[in-house]
Design a protein around this ligand. Structure first.
Ligand SMILES: *[C@@H]1O[C@H](CO)[C@@H](O)[C@H](O)[C@H]1NC(C)=O
Length: 201
């Protein structure tokens, strides 16, 4: 009697566990990446379609690094410049890391704190048509980067965060989305990096 009670309660427990497992399986599968069926576009694809590059302009004075963004998406994209590779302040913000040959850490360059207009205005956005590239030339002024540190083979990396990216032209963005990009469902955000690139000075 005691034995069969133990048996049936373990069967009940087993049943409960199986039901829970099924519930979680179901629940997890509902949380897989979601697709916006309205325009047949995966919700998180736009940033992945922004290709970055970084290069050194030979014989430039002051020395110059050029960051570029290419829109490999099949649709226009608008990027908020703040902290993006197209921000004129990438150097001052500390987003560009320069590691001299043989050094084990990037140069410790002076940084500034900036207060950005928020919410951003439309003129802080850059629209890239499909296939279009835009470049951001970054002069390495000697007041910021000691020229002695810019010789031979260096490793450079630009990394930061896309603050806001829209999958449309800037004139097509609703005021409500521009007024609060942080909660707008049509805005993508996320980290970016060019990876470490070797350049010769
Ligand atoms: C950068 O240059 C300064 C001299 O201007 C030198 O003292 C320092 O060691 C250099 N730093 C690196 C990481 O090469």
């Amino acid at each position: 009697m005691v034995h069969s009670q133990a048996c049936s309660s373990s069967r009940i427990l087993g049943g409960i566990l199986a039901a829970l497992a099924l519930f979680f399986l179901y629940h997890t599968s509902w949380n897989l990446p979601q697709f916006d069926l309205g325009n047949q576009k995966p919700v998180m694809s736009t940033i992945a379609g922004l290709k970055l590059s970084i290069s050194h302009t030979p014989n430039s004075s002051p020395p110059e690094i050029v960051a570029a963004v290419t829109n490999d998406n099949a649709f226009p994209v608008s990027i908020l410049k703040y902290e993006s590779p197209l921000d004129p302040l990438v150097l001052a913000l500390g987003l560009l890391q320069i590691t001299p040959d043989g050094a084990d850490a990037p140069l410790d360059l002076p940084k500034i704190a900036v207060r950005r207009v928020w919410p951003p205005t439309r003129d802080q956005l850059v629209t890239l048509e499909p296939g279009e590239s835009q470049q951001n030339p970054v002069p390495l002024r000697e007041q910021v980067v000691p020229p002695d540190n810019l010789s031979g083979e260096l490793s450079i990396e630009l990394k930061g965060r896309w603050q806001a990216v829209w999958s449309k032209r800037k004139e097509d963005i609703d005021d409500s989305s521009l007024e609060n990009p942080n909660i707008s469902p049509e805005v993508e955000r996320g980290e970016y990096t060019t990876g470490k690139i070797k350049v010769h000075f």
